[in-house]
Write a protein that binds this ligand. Structure first.
Ligand code: LIP
Length: 270
């Protein structure tokens, strides 16, 4: 199917930007924050409202599409409808940041066809940064083309993510972070996987690592990083999954090899 003729990507980008404004203009109060399963796992009424808005508006643009969103709302078919056109949506990636007005969160919308990612949109409204990519057409930040330099750890910033409710291989993660600290110029932990992966696509960091994430956290950014010339795999180098959670290693090719070796060694030693 020729997606490029079929899908109005500019209209999708506009809807993602409007959703970002809903996040930026939010008036949070304690009764709009709720707990989800696991330690320090939160959802706000804005996560739900923005997901509802995205599903309603994107359904107009791509009527035949299904939706795999983070929050429980009508129209969310989760991982069950990935064979055709499916949007993978994280209405607020970096919810904990959002709750504390950390101003480092985004709207993340990926479009898949037949279980393959074809387009990605990630918008940080706090700094008006719109990352976009359509398979085969390159990746852009506010219209500027992105190119990942083939950098290694010693050439830049290394970043990682972790969450108390996703306690998978945390010991290995922090040993690898220690090694990245010793071998890179600096280490960062931003709190939004989608934004941290887009920073790799923009060459602002050379690697992003997290031991367990859900498909809606990384789907959109995965197209952006690959179209910018970076790589994104699981920590063992295997393909990322769209129908279940997996580990994520997004990086410049050289840094990806370095960090994969470090993880392999740490996994063997544990
Ligand atoms: C968050 C990710 C972050 C990760 C958290 C969480 P959410 O997504 O962006 O990198 O460490 O576990 O998954 O829950 O804010 O959409």
């Amino acid at each position: 199917m020729d997606m490029n003729s079929k899908v109005d990507y500019k209209a999708i980008e506009e809807v993602v930007r409007r959703a970002g404004m809903m996040m930026k203009e939010a008036h949070l109060s304690s009764d709009s924050v709720h707990h989800k399963e696991g330690a320090a796992n939160f959802v706000t009424s804005y996560d739900v409202a923005i997901q509802r808005f995205l599903i309603e508006e994107l359904q107009r643009i791509v009527p035949e599409a299904a939706f795999f969103g983070e929050e429980e709302t009508e129209g969310n078919t989760r991982e069950k409808e990935l064979d055709g056109l499916c949007f993978l949506i994280d209405p607020i990636d970096g919810t904990t940041n959002f709750m504390f007005r950390y101003n480092y969160s985004c709207v993340s919308v990926g479009l898949a066809y037949a279980r393959e990612m074809t387009a990605g949109f990630v918008y940080n409204p706090y700094v008006d940064e719109m990352y976009t990519a359509v398979r085969g057409n390159g990746a852009y930040l506010n219209g500027e083309k992105l190119r990942v330099p083939d950098a290694g750890l010693a050439d830049g910033i290394a970043s990682f993510g972790c969450a108390r409710y996703n306690n998978t291989n945390t010991d290995v993660l922090f040993r690898v972070v220690q090694e990245m600290f010793n071998r890179s110029l600096a280490v960062r932990c931003g709190g939004s996987a989608a934004l941290d992966l887009c920073r790799v696509a923009a060459g602002a960091s050379v690697v992003y690592l997290e031991m367990k994430l859900n498909p809606y956290d990384y789907a959109a950014a995965s197209v952006i990083i690959e179209e910018a010339g970076g790589v994104i795999t699981q920590i063992d180098g295997s393909r990322i999954t769209l129908d279940r959670p997996c580990s994520i290693l997004g990086a410049a090719p050289k840094a990806a090899d370095e960090v994969q070796d470090m993880i392999k060694r740490e996994m063997q030693e544990q």
